[in-house]
Design a protein around this ligand. Structure first.
Ligand SMILES: Nc1nc2c(ncn2[C@@H]2O[C@H](COP(=O)(O)OP(=O)(O)OP(=O)(O)O)[C@@H](O)[C@H]2O)c(=O)[nH]1
Ligand SMILES: [Mg+2]
Length: 476
């Protein structure tokens, strides 16, 4: 992508969001950033001070006609985000002014930056590692307080430090294993098997705990998606509107009202939630549009983190509903008995349990008491207080984990790499246990080391770079 000589170009882009605003910031980075800027900002001194702001008129390079009044911040080579000489021009936030300034720079020979090229340069110049580059993107894109917290921690390097410690341990074992191999013909053993095994087991447990945080990390970063499903008319859309605190979906007493997939975001305790309302499930409809809607409902279920199965508690769980439940996975299912306002008597939970107990769904539940305590709700879409009640349980499994205290992975690339590293580390440990020589251990452990180094960006190729930086937008 951004290879070779292109890395030496001086580049520029608008770093603030597109459109009209109070101000916009144009960033210029590269060895001639200041030189080029001086040609349009003639008020700048010949030897500027780093991190100082200068005020004056930005003019056309040739005609010297003023374009805008600007503030210019100068960052000396080595002391900027990219690690290069950087100039940031704050101009008035008009797209026309920004474009005019950009074309002035283009005429002078400054190249428009590619997506993520500023962050890429920061990486290439060793200011940040690949994980930190990725967290810049996460921070820019974070949509909840929790995801912003996670990103800023990764930007500060907590995950990188943890991985570097693992990398050190791997290198230690590899060095000793290689020495053992070299000296084995002379009958000298540099390191004992059991020490290597002990060190490997530390590596394995550290990698395992990191890989295990991925689900939580992903939820903190991207939010939790919840699909509402159930028979027609049970109140899915009414509950969607209540959870989103917005009249998003049409509600009528006609079964089959919702046909398309309706999505909406909301947040609770700093976590983002995406709720997805779908067509009520029924087999007997002849309506083509509704059938497609039902198909989409099943697709949405398989893509979601959690499923809310909703039934009408005033009429009880039907046989048809038990069949639908059987297709769901208890570990990510919540059951909501709705319309309790229509019931005059107290609900007999043991009768509900009894009814469910023959189902495959019930048999798949690991801890039934816990399930009925935390995953089964009797609610009414007419009662606004239930939002809090349901959300409290939804965040329950995430809330006892303090983001500020643990190291998490939240990025699919890290998850894939570290899972690979873990697999290799496990295999190398099995090889030592099996009494096979250090040669085999070294082969496997080298693979594991490569996977860790790729995560950190200490080893990279075009494919990795493409995957990371293609997600950025221009100016970042
Ligand atoms: N009394 C009472 N009525 C409810 C409750 N929830 C929903 N309703 C009513 O039940 C009917 C169906 O509600 P919807 O929210 O459209 O149900 P749905 O599950 O989305 O239905 P489909 O889109 O057809 O699958 C409407 O008349 C709602 O006003 C509730 O908790 N109590
Ligand atoms: Mg509906």
């Amino acid at each position: 992508m951004l290879r070779g000589d292109r890395d030496k170009d001086t580049i520029c882009a608008i770093s603030t969001p597109p459109g009209v605003g109070g101000i916009s910031v144009i960033r210029i980075s590269g060895s001639s950033a200041f030189n080029f800027t001086s040609k349009v900002c003639r008020f700048l001194p010949t030897s500027p001070e780093s991190h100082r702001v200068y005020f004056g008129n930005l003019v056309h390079a040739s005609s010297r006609e003023p374009i805008d009044e600007v503030l210019v911040t100068y960052f000396q080579n080595g002391r900027s985000f990219t690690g290069e000489e950087v100039v940031e021009i704050s101009c008035h936030g008009s797209p026309i002014i920004c474009q005019t300034i950009l074309s002035e720079f283009a005429i002078l020979g400054v190249r428009p930056a590619d997506r993520g090229e500023f962050t890429y340069r920061s990486f290439i110049n060793g200011k940040i590692d690949l994980i930190q580059a990725e967290s810049v993107l996460s921070l820019i894109e974070s949509q909840s307080q929790q995801s912003a917290k996670l990103a800023i921690r990764q930007l500060k390097g907590v995950l990188s430090n943890r991985l570097e410690a693992i990398e050190d341990k791997m290198t230690w074992i590899l060095a000793h294993a290689e020495a053992n191999i070299d000296f084995s013909s002379e009958g000298i053993q540099v390191v004992d098997d059991h020490i290597v095994k002990e060190k490997l087991s530390v590596i394995i447990s550290e990698l395992t705990s990191l890989v295990d945080t991925f689900r939580l990390g992903r939820v903190l970063k991207d939010g939790l998606s919840v699909v509402l499903t159930g028979l027609p008319n049970v109140g899915k859309s009414s509950l969607l509107n209540l959870f989103l605190e917005d009249d998003r979906a049409i509600v009528t007493d006609i079964p089959g009202t919702t046909r398309d997939v309706i999505k909406g975001d909301t947040s609770y305790k700093g976590l983002k939630f995406t709720f997805v309302d779908t067509a009520g499930l029924r087999d007997d409809t002849t309506d083509l549009v509704e059938r497609i809607g039902i198909q989409r409902s099943y697709e949405a279920q398989s893509d979601s983190d959690a499923v809310f199965f909703i039934f009408d508690a005033s009429s009880g769980l039907s046989q048809e509903e038990l069949v639908i439940l059987d297709s769901l996975e208890p570990s990510r299912t919540y059951i909501l008995g709705n319309k309790t306002d229509k019931i005059a008597y107290n609900i007999d939970l043991s009768a509900v349990k009894q009814l469910m107990s023959a189902s495959k769904f019930y048999q798949k539940i690991q801890d039934t008491d816990e399930f009925f305590k935390r995953r089964m709700f009797f609610v009414s879409a007419l009662d606004k207080n239930i939002r809090d009640e349901v959300f409290k349980e939804l965040v329950h499994e995430f809330s006892d984990l303090q983001v500020s205290n643990i190291v998490l992975i939240s990025n699919a690339r890290h998850f894939e790499n570290l899972s690979r590293a873990l697999e290799n580390a496990r295999r190398s440990s099995e090889l030592v246990s099996g009494g096979l020589g250090f040669e085999f251990l070294a082969l496997e452990l080298k693979e594991a080391l490569i996977a860790v180094q790729e995560t950190l960006g200490k080893r990279f190729d075009d494919q990795i770079m493409d995957r990371v930086f293609k997600e950025f937008c221009i100016g970042k």
